[in-house]
Design a protein around this ligand. Structure first.
Ligand code: GAL
Length: 395
C-alpha cells in the first residue's frame, strides 16, 4: 500500500540519517588498527597467575619459587606454561615515561626474572591496564602503549593481561586494538589477555584483537561464585576457537574455599568451556589432593583438545545439568553436574550428544581413570552433591 506523502518524507529522512550514522561508524571502525592473528595459543593458555591467592603481595622470590614449584609439582609437564604476575608489580614512570617495577619487591629487575622463568622451560607474563591506572592504582598503559610493549618485549614478556580500570570514556575496542597493535609491533610474540569483565560484550569484537577475553566480573573462591560464572557462559561457545578463547576467569582450585568435590567440578567445567587454565593457588605448598586435580591429564586433554570447540550446556533440569564438548576424535566429553547438595542420578542420552540411540560407544570416567565399558543409547551415574561425573564417550 502506498504511504501518504508526509510518511514517505519521514521514512526517507530516517533512511538518510541512519545510513549517515552507519557510514560514520564504519569510518570510525576503519580508524582502528588492522590486526593480524598472532598465531599463539591454538589451544587455551595454561599457567599460573598471582592474583587469586596473593593479590598485591607479589615479589620476585614468590615468582621464582612458583616457577620452581611448577616444575617440581609436575604442573609444567602437565601443560602449565605461563607464570603471570598480576597487579602491583609497577610503582611509577621515570622522566622518559618508562614503567618502573617496584625496586623493593623486584630488586633484580624484570629481565632477570623473565630469564629465570625461561630457564625453567616456562613463559613469563605481566599485567597492566588499558586506562590511566590499574585496579590497584598503579600506572596504567593509557598513552604509553607502544613504549610499554617495547619494554615488555625487551624484558622477554610472553603474556600480557590488560585490565579495564580507570578507563573513563575510552572505547574498549579502540583501546584494546591499540595495545594489540603495539604488541604486534614489539617484535615478540605476546599472548594478549583482555580483561574488561565482559562489560562491552568482548566476544563480539575481541576474537580479532586478543587471544582471550574475560566474560564476567571476578571469580571468588566459593561454589556460588563458580556456578554463577558458569551460568554466564551459556551462549558464548560459538565465539571461541583456536587462538581466541572466552575466559571465565582464573582457577580457585586449592585456595581453601571449596571442597575437593567442588574443585573437581570447577576444574572439569572450565575444561569443558575450553577455558584458559590459570592456576591461582600457592604452588609451593600444594597438597597432593589439589595437585591431583590440577594435573589430571585426562581432564586437561579435554580443555586442550585440538578441535578447540567450547562445550555447551545441553540440559538444565534445575539442579541436574549435562554439558557436552565435541572432541577432535569424533567423541564427546560430557559432564554430569549436580548443583544440589545430595547425591543424584543423572543420565545423558546419545541423541542429546547428536548420536544415534542405537550406536555403541566406549565410555571412560575421567576422574576414576577407568573404562566403564561399551554403552548403547545412554549413560547414567550417581553424582555427588556439588559435584560432577566427567566422562568421554567415543563412538
Ligand atoms: C581486576 C581483575 C582481576 C585482577 C585485579 C587486579 O579488575 O578482574 O583479575 O587482575 O583487577 O587489581
Amino acid at each position: 500500500m502506498r504511504q501518504p506523502r508526509p510518511v514517505r518524507i519521514v521514512s526517507f529522512l530516517v533512511l538518510l540519517v541512519s545510513s549517515a550514522i552507519f557510514t560514520a561508524t564504519s569510518a570510525a571502525a576503519q580508524d582502528y588498527v588492522t590486526l593480524r592473528d598472532n598465531g599463539l595459543v591454538r589451544t587455551p593458555p595454561m599457567g599460573w597467575n598471582s592474583w587469586n591467592k596473593f593479590a598485591c603481595n607479589v615479589n620476585e622470590g614468590l615468582i621464582r619459587q612458583t616457577a620452581d614449584a611448577m616444575v617440581s609439582s609436575g604442573m609444567r609437564d602437565a601443560g602449565y606454561t605461563y607464570v603471570v604476575i598480576d597487579d602491583c608489580w609497577q610503582v611509577g614512570r621515570d622522566a622518559q615515561g618508562n614503567i618502573i617495577p617496584d625496586p623493593e619487591r623486584f630488586p633484580s629487575g624484570m629481565k632477570a626474572l623473565a630469564d629465570y622463568v625461561h630457564s625453567k622451560g616456562l613463559k613469563f607474563g605481566v599485567y597492566s591496564d588499558a586506562g590511566t591506572h590499574t585496579c590497584q592504582k598503579r600506572p596504567g598503559g593509557r598513552g604509553y602503549e607502544y613504549q610499554d610493549a617495547r619494554q615488555y618485549a625487551a624484558w622477554g614478556v610472553d603474556y600480557l593481561k590488560y585490565d579495564w580500570c580507570s578507563h573513563g570514556k575510552q572505547n574498549s575496542v579502540a583501546s584494546y586494538s591499540l595495545m594489540a597493535d603495539a604488541l604486534q609491533r614489539s617484535g615478540r610474540p605476546i599472548v594478549f589477555s583482555i580483561c574488561e569483565w565482559g562489560s562491552t560484550k568482548p566476544w563480539l569484537w575481541a576474537p580479532g584483537v586478543g587471544n582471550l577475553w574475560r566474560t564476567t566480573g571476578d571469580i571468588r573462591d566459593s561454589w556460588d561464585s563458580m556456578v554463577k560464572i558458569l551460568d554466564q557462559q551459556v551462549g558464548l561457545a560459538p565465539y571461541a576457537g583456536p587462538g581466541h578463547w572466552n575466559d571465565p576467569d582464573m582457577l580457585e582450585v586449592g585456595n581453601g574455599g571449596m571442597s575437593d568435590a567442588e574443585y573437581r567440578a570447577h576444574f572439569s567445567l572450565w575444561a569443558m568451556l575450553a577455558a584458559p587454565l590459570m592456576a591461582g593457588n600457592d604452588l609451593r605448598s600444594m597438597p597432593a589432593d589439589i595437585r591431583e586435580i590440577l594435573t589430571n591429564r585426562e581432564v586437561i586433554a579435554v580443555d586442550q583438545d585440538s578441535l578447540g570447540k567450547e562445550g555447551e550446556r545441553i540440559r538444565d533440569d534445575g539442579d541436574r545439568e549435562v554439558w557436552s564438548k565435541p572432541m577432535a576424535d569424533g567423541g564427546r566429553a560430557v559432564v554430569l553436574l549436580n548443583r544440589g547438595t545430595t547425591p543424584s542420578e543423572i543420565t545423558v542420552t546419545w541423541p542429546e550428544l547428536h548420536y544415534s540411540a542405537s550406536m555403541p560407544a566406549r565410555v571412560r570416567d575421567l576422574w576414576a581413570h577407568r573404562d566403564v565399558g561399551r554403552r548403547t543409547g545412554s549413560y547414567a551415574a550417581t553424582v555427588p552433591g556439588h559435584g560432577v561425573v566427567m566422562i568421554r564417550v567415543t563412538p
